[in-house]
Design a binder for this molecule. Structure first.
Ligand code: GAF
Length: 392
């Protein structure tokens, strides 16, 4: 049974009638370009095949009911809550994401009459693969549908508007100061492509990334850990970048050219220099990766990925022993390139590997984690998949 058919079936059991629509949105891997989005920079994500699916029907009583149902049928429910009564922080937990989305849409001037939402899906949670954005975006599309404002239609908002609204839900309702990478990836990625996104201009370009034709695979290594300081660490890095921008009296770190990097760093206190160096060099690596993909030189992006990891580890200091072990072991056992992906402090790494080496690399990574007495990581290969859309 397809994910949409299952979501519709689960909705029918929950509410006694079929949903009016089913929408879904994927998680993402960021191929390269981390901690650049909130610095007005460049990112290059692609969508995972794993998706969050939302079955929806409108209500007429101004209330929102939310249920999430896992693969074994276990459900968590929230509401019905009154849409007009929503305030940041209430509800909390997983329900903050759908409720926050409804809160933002209403504040944006999109009137909602109420809705029943049933959420299913297979995006790994807590793995740095953007399950939060998948949930926000699938819910945003489902709620817009109930308001007759689906994207891409004549009266619908653009996907970049919806990405900004989803980011706002996460920043202002959930309280996480994240950038625009994850929501844009979930909404705008397409199959067999990576998405080159210039956060400052909002421009996006689909870059062919057909790993299968090149006999390569992207291996995801979910370390299964999320360190407790991940939220504070993210906020501190972001704040450090903002301080550097103030001291340099520029609009954003995007404005620092690589050719001016040394002179720029000399104007900053020691503790801010590595942060700025990472952001400026990472933007350069994203552009170089895009150039290589445009020339169909897939294998040569490996050095960029590995250099990005070193920069995130040594300059930005958002890696951790588990991610370093995953990356180092993959490289030692033959990966073409490897890096942590996403915010860091745990979560997942990716390795670009020749298909013929994949099984060996997987085994070696598992053994290394065992030797270090770390929980066995979850490994899977992935391909660039479709962005968010209506399933039925
Ligand atoms: C997290 C955030 F949500 C993104 O906005 C981005 O900053 C990323 O970390 C790091 O690149 O996924």
């Amino acid at each position: 049974m397809s994910a949409a058919a299952r979501a519709a079936e689960v909705f029918t059991v929950e509410h006694g009638h079929a949903p009016s629509a089913v929408w879904s949105a994927p998680g993402r891997v960021n191929l390269i370009g981390d901690h650049t989005d909130y610095n007005d920079g460049f990112v290059l994500p692609f969508a995972l095949p794993q998706r969050t699916t939302v079955a929806v029907s409108p209500r007429r009583d101004g209330r929102l009911s939310m249920a999430t149902v896992d693969g074994d049928g276990g459900a968590q429910r929230c509401g019905p809550v009154t849409l007009d009564g929503l305030t940041p922080g209430e509800p909390g937990g997983w329900a903050a994401y759908p409720a926050g989305m409804a809160w933002v849409l209403q504040r944006t001037g999109i009137p909602l009459s109420g809705a029943d939402l049933v959420i299913t899906g297979d995006v790994p949670t807590g793995a740095g693969l953007s399950s939060s954005a998948a949930l926000e975006c699938a819910v945003a599309l489902a709620l817009l549908d109930t308001a007759g404002r689906s994207p891409d239609g004549p009266d619908g908002p653009s996907r970049s508007d919806i990405a900004r609204w989803a980011q706002r839900a996460e920043n202002e309702f959930v309280g996480a100061p994240t950038g625009l990478l994850d929501q844009t990836a979930s909404l705008a990625c397409t199959q067999a492509h990576a998405l080159f996104f210039d956060v400052r201009s909002g421009a996006t370009e689909q870059i062919p990334f057909d790993t299968t034709a090149a006999e390569l695979e992207v291996l995801v290594i979910d370390t299964g850990v999320q360190h407790s300081h991940s939220e504070s660490g993210y906020g501190e890095r972001r704040h450090g970048c903002e301080r550097a921008v103030e001291l340099l009296d520029i609009e954003s770190l995007r404005d620092v050219a690589v050719s001016d990097l040394d002179a720029t760093l000399a104007r900053l206190p020691d503790e801010l220099q590595p942060l700025v160096r990472h952001v400026v060099t990472e933007n350069g690596r994203v552009r170089a990766t895009v150039e290589r993909l445009r020339s169909e030189e897939l294998t040569t992006i490996g050095t960029m990925l590995t250099a990005s990891h070193a920069s995130l580890r040594d300059d930005y200091r958002v890696s951790c022993p588990e991610l370093d072990l995953a990356v180092d072991t993959a490289l030692e056992s033959g990966a073409v390139g490897a890096r942590m992906t996403g915010g860091g402090f745990g979560g997942s790494a990716i390795a670009l590997v020749h298909s013929a080496h994949r099984a060996d690399i997987e085994r070696t990574v598992r053994e290394a984690f065992q030797r270090h007495r770390l929980p066995t990581p979850r490994l899977f290969t992935t391909t660039p998949s479709a962005g968010a859309g209506r399933d039925r």
